[in-house]
Design a protein around this ligand. Sequence first.
Ligand SMILES: [Ca+2]
Ligand SMILES: [Ca+2]
Length: 317
Amino acid sequence: MNKRAVSLTFVSMLLLLMKMEMLFVTQVVAEPASSLAVIDVFTSKGGQGPNVPSDPFDFCKDEDIPLYAYLEYNGTPVPDEYVSFEFRDLLGRTVCARGSYTNASGIAFVLSRILTVCGDPTYYFGNWSVTATAYAYEVSDSVTIPITAHYVHIGVAYVYCLAENLDACTEAYPTWIIDVNVFVFYIGEETETFNVTAYCDNDTIGMKTVTVTPFVEEDLIFNWDLSNVCVDTHVIWANTSVPEPPGTIRASYTVRVKILGDASGDDFVDVDDLQIIGLSWQKCVGEIGYDPRADFNFDTLIDVDDLQFLGWNWLKP
Ligand SMILES: [Ca+2]
Ligand SMILES: [Ca+2]
């Protein structure tokens, strides 16, 4: 036997030994039946494959979260098998568990939604997860579901009269044009642009487009012309073109619009009002004694023009 023949025989024997060992290993470490089973949980926005995350759902849109779990055994879909879906919050706590049976295609389905159970909206924003388990087959899979933050807190902070150094205004006249200060506070991941509309009851005061940075309060000023506003008490409020989550506290502001001449606010124009004009006579805004209640024509001075308004409505309720 030459050297080459010896070498070939050696290689052949080695290969034979390796084959035998593989056979032996396969026979000794037989796979348990369950490992032939595979489950894959995913949402309508992805997550297919073992432990692959889904695309985000927007909590503020109250979106339903469709959950699917595909179960197969030895490459074949398993029908009529119970699958449990366990929902965990961003702290890893199980918040609910539901289940359903797989259909003919091996897919179990439940429709879920994150319920508002906590007063703090920021609690909901982050990575939630769902684990689907087919206990009979001892298999499970998880999907991460990011819940995105688009939370807006909006309200009317102040209504200003005449000049900024005056106190916030709770009473006004139909001759006035005043400023409505609306604040917008946004909790989100990125800068966002949307519309903010201020209202007097159901009538629009104005609309502005605002670009907000998360966690930075924006203040918007709306000029409010009261010439078409009736004598009554009105609620000033605002909303945004982006959804607000359930439970949002909307701060509003109440302004009473009075008849011209009724400085005292008793719904009657008489000598009491004349007295208020007298005490504030010839005073300008900023001067001691200036009383905005007597400035009926809204020119920052109490004078004969204001007296004229009082005269026109004298003894009127
Ligand atoms: Ca009065
Ligand atoms: Ca005046």
